[in-house]
Design a protein. Sequence first.
Length: 221
Amino acid sequence: MNHHRFTSLLMASISLIIGLSLVSAQSTPPPATPEPVDLTCDLAELRQKQAELAALLTTFEADAESQTGVALDNLFKVGQEYQQLALDCGYIPADIAERPIGTDVERILNTLDRVYGDPINGQLLYNNELACAGCHEAGGGTVAPHTEGTYSRILDVRLTDPLFADYSPEQYIIESIVNPNGYIVPNYNPAMPTYYGDTLNLQQLADLIVYLESQDGPSPE
Ligand code: HEC
């Protein structure tokens, strides 16, 4: 191969690679960013906290040279704090469905309309994967309130208690799941696990809610 042919072949390959990477860059759109939601925190306070986080990175330059591990650890933690800050101020990320729900009932309620609950999957989670039924059914009503009739019981009994005066049924269900000891159903022990805020994601919660809402008959005696 003479030198000229080699060069033009090389140039052709390079432009092919550039062309291909342009095509692939175009065919993979950036991740969708949902519409910004109503700011649920004070803007001045948000700026203040953002400045505090920025201050935590002022030694980054020096640390990156001398103690790389410390620098990266700091970067990682501050990054997480930034995300939390945005979440606390009402930001709803595109991957909200897969994120842990946490225990802030108001925030969960604000995000619930981003997903559609699937009652069949809710039933599977309830009976198998999450084993809610282990207490709510297997115990025959002695360990935990019956699953059957849960929704009617919430509407007709729980929400008529002045304690829940302005509650929606969803709010009662969410609170029962993420903060079970906030209210203990009379005649039961506070036996329900308290970790669901960490382990459930929004999609699973929505599935459980629509499943429980399908339990709209009488409660067994
Ligand atoms: C280890 C036993 C146990 C497990 C597992 C359990 N619960 Fe419960 N749950 C209870 C008990 C006991 C109560 C009643 C006492 C209270 O209010 O915490 C209760 C109350 C509730 C209530 C309120 C019912 C009412 O009549 O007001 C709901 C809703 C509920 N649980 C949903 C769930 C869901 C969903 C799961 C699975 C993700 C689950 N529970 C897993 C024990 C359990």
